[in-house]
Design a protein around this ligand. Sequence first.
Ligand code: GAR
Length: 217
Amino acid sequence: MEGSFVLPRKGSISDPLRIAVLISGGGSGLASIIAHEKSGSRFFRTVLVLADSNEAGGLKHGEMAGVESVGVPLPDIESKREQRLFHEKLIQTFLERRDVEFIALAGYMRILTPGFVAKWNGRLVNIHPSLLPKYPGAHAHRDALADGAMISGCTVHFVDEGVDTGRIIDQAEVPVLSGDRIEDLQERVKNAEHKLYPRVIDGLAMNPSSFLGRSGN
Ligand code: GAR
């Protein structure tokens, strides 16, 4: 059934869950996932890094770790709808080719279509730089500062058809300090993300069902 929620299989140290990390930018989150993976025995293994552009700086983190890392730019198609669908078809081809079992979005700035989300529902997670449900969307830090928030943070959540609306898996808080600029808050939140996300991915890979029921929404 389209839209059904299918958790990934349990990974193990000898047969880790095969994950793909999707990025758009500098990939500091990706780097933290790879560093975590290399620093001990883990229940997941990054087998593929995909970016939505050949210029994404983060591709180098995958390459340096010996992980297949590919830029998949938007195809040159006039209709935006067709372009999105064809782009995701390309992404899906790469995922299948590497037998990917689980996808972690790490600063991937494209909204995925309902069809793609349905296919990966339960095996597709994202990290967002706010304490969802507060400040969804592309300007979380700007919105938190404009709102006078005293606490912000990051949220790992399953991806659903909405924008940053999927079931919350875990969160980490950071303070907002007086005089903070967007960059200051962003850096503090990224530091928290880099601890939270790899730990959540590994935990999910080890025992997927333990992450259900922690939902904040
Ligand atoms: C991270 O802070 C991530 O939470 C955010 O983009 C940044 C990527 O940084 N994601 C979103 O805003 C998604 N809506 P990175 O490229 O250095 O990992």
